[in-house]
Design a binder for this molecule. Structure first.
Ligand code: BG6
Length: 502
């Protein structure tokens, strides 16, 4: 199936969306707002309907009110127009359902067969915004109640498992009901505008195509920093930790998009085949490499933007003896022809000074250098890809410093594409808008295939096993800092530093 079509060829397929976990955090914070925006932009077919499913007893009217409140919180006031609000509310219905009660699923079949105004076929899209432990059971009950047909799709969220084995159990359970071609595993980073731009940047610009390898790139740096802490999710997070919560999925997906070879075309499997090759070539960590190349951290109390915040062990519901990491930095690599010898430095943490996700591609220095020897270390280009905030791409180049007295002094400056100011009329959509739209269109290129999940777990499991063997607790870092000092030493030992032109 072709991944990209020109907008004028694109259709607005009708779907019936069954949203499990309709009153949960993800739905209220992200999904209704994303669906609302699609509706506002005319991308939801007039016959598309949404059935909210949750355990709570609620009428359709009060469900609509809850959704409306969520929209008021999460959609900008000037985008929340009355006409769309009314149209969107009209699509919503509610069904109280105990997800373990097989008989209750007949309500979904009844909703499906309710009279329509025309005869279009509307595939059922099942969105499971619920814990992964429920995926298998819900899928089986949907099948048992004859809700599914050969067009039905299922959308699932991370975390898909806790390790390789549990991810296999979850994928097996879904796979008993849905074939892989109709399973949409969300990694919301793949829906971010700049992440998609990575594909365009790399494969539409011959300038980068020829430079994108170990002959020209010295190292790659990825920082995904969050200002938030655990936000009432201590129980979940403490079992997972930052490696499972962020690296296994989001950061490894970014590594894949940076490191993969050009796919033959933009079909979902062509892209995903190339990503899997990267995951298979990721360097594993042995215990003896841990001390040098990996830093685990846990935040203690500190200050963010002038506000005192508690440490991880003082958060609500915390076990004061936990050794779970809230920060991880590592130096890894992709052992193949293209990337041999190019370090990939990754770091991600909670309670950092800023929310910031960026990728820096550091090109090699000029081989034959003719300028001021003092400025030798300036002589390398950097490509800065900013995912959030202020989405944009900048290429740092060297030019001559202006002024009669400056001679041939060099100056470092960006060729800058700031999406917000370059395309002021274009609203940058939230990742979930893009992802929901792709599910409706039945296109899988932005979703994670089962083997990607499994290879990523395999790599993480080996790292976690080495951590256990090593047995060291995480290093402390104050909230509001860029992580443990050791994470800075990790990169400086290679004569480099984290990019800090935030
Ligand atoms: C989620 C993690 O997948 O991504 C959260 O579970 C994290 O812990 C979130 O806060 C970060 O997403 P974003 O889009 O805000 O960078």
């Amino acid at each position: 199936m072709s991944a990209y079509k020109r907008p004028d060829e694109e259709s607005r397929p009708v779907i019936d969306l069954a949203l499990f976990g309709a009153l949960g955090d993800l739905s209220l914070r992200k999904l209704y707002a994303a669906l609302f925006h699609l509706d506002r932009e005319g991308l939801l077919h007039e016959d598309t309907r949404i059935l909210g499913l949750a355990r709570q007893e609620l009428t359709t009217d009060s469900y609509r009110q809850r959704v409306n409140q969520a929209l008021e919180q999460h959609v900008k006031r000037d985008e929340l127009d009355d006409a769309t609000r009314k149209r969107f509310a009209g699509r919503l219905e509610y069904l109280q359902l105990d997800f373990a009660d097989a008989a209750g699923y007949e309500g979904i079949a009844r909703w499906r067969s309710a009279v329509r105004h025309d005869t279009v076929i509307s595939p059922l899209v099942v969105y499971l915004a619920v814990p992964a432990s429920l995926y298998g059971e819900i899928c089986r009950h949907l099948q048992g109640a004859a809700c599914l047909d050969e067009l039905s799709r299922v959308v699932v969220e991370k975390p898909i498992g806790y390790d390789f084995d549990t991810s296999c159990d979850i994928n097996d359970a879904i796979g008993e009901v849905f074939p892989e071609s109709r399973i949409y595993r969300i990694d919301h980073y793949l829906g971010k505008e700049t992440v998609q731009n990575l594909i365009a940047l790399r494969f539409a610009n011959p300038l980068f195509g020829t430079q994108w390898n170990q002959n020209h790139i010295s190292h790659v740096e990825i920082t995904v920093a969050e200002q938030v802490g655990i936000e009432g999710r201590w129980g979940y997070f403490d079992r997972a930790g930052q490696l499972r919560d962020m690296v296994q999925n989001h950061l490894l997906q970014l590594v894949c998009l940076i490191a993969m070879d050009p796919p033959a075309n933009l079909d979902a499997d062509a892209i995903r085949d190339e990503k899997v090759k990267v995951l298979k070539a990721l360097q594993p960590f042995s215990v003896d490499r841990l001390n040098r190349d990996v830093v685990r951290g846990q935040y203690i109390a500190g200050t963010i933007r002038g506000k005192a915040v508690p440490g991880y062990l003082e958060e609500e519901g915390a076990n004061p003896h936990s050794e779970t990491e809230t920060f991880v930095a590592m130096k890894t690599g992709v052992a193949n022809w293209r990337w041999a010898g190019v370090p990939f430095y990754l770091r991600t943490g909670k309670r950092m000074p800023d929310k910031l996700s960026q990728i820096i591609i550091h090109f090699r220095q000029q081989a034959h250098y003719i300028f001021d020897p003092d400025q030798r270390n300036l002589a390398a280009n950097k490509l800065v890809i900013r995912l959030q905030p202020d989405e944009g791409i900048a290429l740092e180049v060297l030019t001559k410093d202006s002024g009669l007295d400056r001679g041939m002094r060099l100056r470092r400056g960006p060729l800058h594409l700031d999406f917000g100011s370059a395309f002021p009329q274009t609203r940058i959509p939230d990742a979930y808008e893009r992802l929901l739209l792709e599910v409706m269109k039945g296109r899988q290129y932005l979703f994670v295939r089962r083997d990607e999940v499994e290879h990523a777990w395999h790599w993480c499991d080996r790292l976690i096993a080495s951590w256990k063997e090593q047995g060291e607790p995480p290093r402390r870092y104050p909230a509001g800092s860029w992580g443990p000092v050791a994470s800075i030493a990790m990169i400086t030992q290679d004569g480099r530093s984290w990019y800090e032109d935030y």
